[in-house]
Design a protein around this ligand. Structure first.
Ligand SMILES: *Cc1c(COP(=O)(O)O)cnc(C)c1O
Length: 405
């Protein structure tokens, strides 16, 4: 990644014959800290593959695709897509043309769907790269049909029907108009008819049922075409929502999308950052910008090398006694105190046993014991945003023992 250039600079924490020198070196080797980065995101591709297989088993006989848009939710399409393809995934969804061409390069034989449809000047390159645009307006369908006619054969695509999200997709009226226009339909090769749910994270929301019925009714107009409705949360709503293909993203990366239906997946991401300093702060002293947090007792504050530029939400800042975000230090969950700044956060480690934390140690920002859901919730956002905003300054390390290469 961007900051992985090797530095010859000596690690100050190992100067002066520090007693923990060997431990520190071993730890540095484990976390790629030797590369001079301030933090490391470790992505377990073995667990990613297990997550995909568990979801595939769960929805069988429906097929399980994978949504790998936004650089595989920030975890690195370059490694995630081949790992999923090796696990058996043959259908990938991305959003934009550049993501589509990258996916095509990484998964030469897969079916690749571009969720954002036909962006200007993308149609020809989609056709050349055998990428299937997800078409959501009659105008898009017409232009894809024209290109097919010029090319000499109908080109593959998906149709996106809006079943109530009111975001993207053909309206019910346009869906019926299209279904009645056999001439137009003959000029496109519809590989998939899909829609997207608004409230699937809440299984008891009546809108799920409404959208299911709307999708049933409208998709039936395209008899025999494979259908897809569910993403990570939707596939936990039961068989009726699986149709021919499910499209999980978040759950593959270990996220729990549903508020009450736990998906059979486990986290794949651990993010650590270096503790740069541990400071004693006297009662009455403040910590951080705007002096928004004040020590009420003699306190020890760990300053950690990650901030909002690295994707730690600024809204994880604590104001006075209201702790928002947490980190793990020496295995203990401790509150972020004061403001999250661009490169740094400060955490209150006063309650930790003496000697258990020192400059040069790692803090865990997300991982076992501190899920992306918890981190998102604490900062007034969702785990999805935590994942996709993970900054480029973290080095990326991939665990993959099943790669066969
Ligand atoms: C992003 C997206 C998905 C994947 O959603 P997850 O909640 O991450 O599983 C599926 N379908 C569409 C249309 C999407 O935009």
């Amino acid at each position: 990644m961007s900051n992985s250039a090797t530095r010859t600079m000596k690690d100050p924490s190992t100067q002066g014959g520090a007693p923990f020198l060997r431990d520190r070196e071993e730890q540095d080797a484990r976390t790629s800290r030797a590369t001079g980065t301030t933090g490391c995101a470790t992505i377990n591709l073995d667990q990613l593959a297990r997550n995909w297989k568990r979801l595939a088993d769960l929805v069988h006989p429906a097929s399980c695709g994978a949504v790998v848009k936004a650089n595989a939710y920030g975890l690195g399409a370059e490694r995630v897509i081949p790992a999923l393809a090796r696990a058996g995934c043959t259908t990938f969804f991305i959003a934009t043309p550049s993501e589509a061409f990258e996916a095509r390069r990484l998964a030469p034989d897969a079916d690749i769907y571009a969720l954002d449809g036909l962006l200007p000047n993308s149609a020809k390159s989609f056709a050349q790269a055998d990428v299937r645009p997800v078409l959501s307006t009659l105008a898009e369908i017409e232009s894809w049909a024209q290109l097919g006619t010029r090319t000499g054969h109908p080109l593959p695509c998906a149709l996106h029907i809006d079943s109530g999200l009111n975001r993207l997709g053909l309206t019910a009226r346009d869906t019926r108009r299209l279904a009645a226009n056999q001439k137009l339909l003959d000029c496109v090769d519809v590989k998939l008819v899909m829609s997207h749910l608004a409230c699937a994270d809440n299984p008891v929301d009546p809108k799920n049922r409404d959208q299911l019925l709307a999708f049933e009714t409208l998709s039936t107009l395209f008899a025999g075409k494979p259908r897809s409705l569910a993403a990570s949360d939707g596939l936990m709503l039961g068989k009726a929502y699986h149709f021919d293909l499910v499209r999980p993203g978040y759950a593959l990366y270990g996220g729990q999308a549903s508020v009450s239906n736990a998906a059979p997946v486990a986290p794949i991401l651990t993010v650590t950052a270096r503790i740069l300093a541990v400071n004693e702060v006297a009662p009455g002293e403040s910590v951080g910008y705007a002096a928004s947090w004040r020590a009420k007792r003699p306190s020890r504050i760990a300053t950690i090398a990650a901030g909002y530029a690295d994707g730690i939400p600024r809204s994880a800042s604590s104001i006075d006694d209201k702790a928002c975000g947490h980190v793990l230090v020496a295995g203990h969950k401790v509150p972020i105190v004061g403001r999250v700044s661009m490169d740094l956060i400060t955490a209150d480690v006063t309650n930790l046993p003496a000697g258990s934390v020192a400059a040069g140690d790692d803090a865990v920002l997300f991982g076992a014991g501190l899920t992306i859901e918890d981190a998102g919730y604490a900062a007034g956002t969702i785990g999805y945003e935590i994942l996709t905003r993970l900054g480029p300054r973290f080095s990326r390390r991939y665990i993959e023992t099943d790669a066969g290469n």
